[in-house]
Design a protein around this ligand. Structure first.
Ligand SMILES: [Zn+2]
Length: 423
């Protein structure tokens, strides 16, 4: 009897255990999903570059500098440089730089400084220095590459702030004069010592001037106020306070030596809107637009290098740098050359001159530079200065729409060597 009962219990246990296991197996089998093999249906990503062709194919947006209305020159664009005498002493050590001749692209179109004739500078608050620029005849074959879209701030550390458009179209000179850049004192090239608070775009009277960004006109010359009060040197002026800023601080742009404004104080303007015609008014020796970027305050002492605020051309970038002595102090008023290591073209500027007044120029809030070479075709460059009997250089790469920073510092003075007294 006990055996029979044991057998029944054994059978029940057996059925329960294996029956339950079977149910589990069955259920699991139901839930299993077939293995799917994912076959890629899209081509693998390709390297995407901001190619000129791509940009041309989609246009530049209605806010950007309009396309040129003239035929594109068949010869390549060559930036003007300092006269040969100004670069002749560079590269005197081991790798002499080819002396650069003026651009062959447009005979007679390259801005030519008239012979320096120093004129007494009548100082005063807000007095602006001006370049001595030869009057230009109407240029019809001048064309610059189109600008990148505004804004550009691709620096991984967020330092770039190319948030302004060029105030002059691509079919006119919309690059700053190389021989009188921002912060230069002018003594070497224009025959007058006036630290430059802006950049000069040399163009014929009547060239359309566009707002570098949207905002409100806070000053425009009028019959009642022909020039900026206290600053007759500017001639006819427009100042815009932009409706955007940088790091919470306002930005102003100033347009001087105008033929006449086309806006009035209080007008709201859009980026790219024609606001004036360029001219030769005020303290100016030739038709040009003097363009300033003022940051934080609308003051003569609050200007910054416009080359770090206006957007680069397609296929171009910028070198910002600092030339310092062995103690880390700024070295002022020294010629700086960037030499393209592929084609040998050279581009020049000068280190800033800080004059120690409340009206002095400023290093960029992000870069703390003391020189900028703008509008450089992408590529590898050697940045060179010849200072204190030393040739100081660094090799850098210029990327499209980006600032490349370079610091130049002489090596510590070498230990004096014993004088060789042998005959
Ligand atoms: Zn100027």
């Amino acid at each position: 009897m006990r055996n029979a009962l044991g057998s029944i219990i054994s059978i029940v246990v057996f059925l329960t255990v294996f029956g339950g296991f079977g149910v589990l197996l069955y259920n699991n089998a139901q839930q299993a999903k077939p293995i799917r093999v994912i076959v890629p249906t899209e081509p693998p990503p390709t390297i995407s570059v901001n190619s000129l062709a791509d940009i041309f194919s989609v246009g530049f947006g209605e806010d950007s500098t309009p396309l040129p209305t003239i035929a594109i020159p068949t010869q390549r664009f060559v930036a003007p440089t300092l006269p040969n005498t100004e670069v002749a002493n560079i590269g005197q050590t081991n790798s002499p730089i080819e002396l650069y001749t003026l651009a062959p692209i447009s005979q007679g179109q390259t801005p030519t400084p008239i012979p320096p004739t120093p004129t007494p500078f009548v100082g005063g608050e807000g007095e602006t220095p001006v370049a001595l620029i030869a009057p230009q005849s109407r240029a019809t074959d001048v064309w610059q590459p189109p600008s990148l879209p505004v804004p550009q701030s691709n620096d991984p550390l967020g330092r770039d702030h190319y948030i302004l458009a060029r105030p002059v179209d691509s079919n006119a000179r919309n690059y700053g004069l190389f021989y009188y850049p921002y912060g230069a004192d002018g003594s070497a090239t224009i025959g007058a010592e006036r630290v430059h608070h802006g950049v000069d775009f040399s163009n014929p009277v009547g060239t359309p001037i566009r707002a570098a960004g949207s905002g409100i006109v806070v000053f425009a010359s009028s019959e009642e106020q022909p020039t900026l009060p206290g600053s007759p040197a500017y001639g006819q002026v427009v100042i815009i306070e932009h409706d955007f800023g940088w790091k919470g601080e306002p930005i102003f742009t100033l347009y001087a030596h105008l033929e006449r404004p086309l806006v009035q104080a209080g007008d709201v303007v859009e980026m790219g809107q024609v606001i004036a015609l360029s001219g030769n008014s005020g303290r100016s020796s030739g038709p040009h637009l003097h363009f300033e970027v003022r940051y934080k305050q609308n003051l003569f002492g609050s200007t910054y290098n416009p080359a770090l605020w206006i957007v680069p051309y397609v296929g171009h970038g910028t070198i910002a740098g600092k030339l310092i002595d062995t103690r880390g102090n700024d070295v002022e008023d020294i010629l700086v050359t960037a030499r393209n290591l592929t084609d040998g073209r050279v581009f020049t500027t000068q280190t800033y001159t800080f004059d120690g007044t409340v009206n002095e120029i400023n290093a960029d809030p992000e870069w703390d530079e003391n020189f900028v070479i703008a509008d450089l075709p992408v590529g590898r460059y050697e940045v060179i200065v010849s200072w204190n009997n030393q040739r100081i250089s660094q090799v850098v790469h210029v990327f499209e729409g980006l600032t490349t920073f370079v610091e130049l510092q002489p090596v510590q003075a070498a230990t004096p060597q014993p004088v060789d007294s042998s005959p």
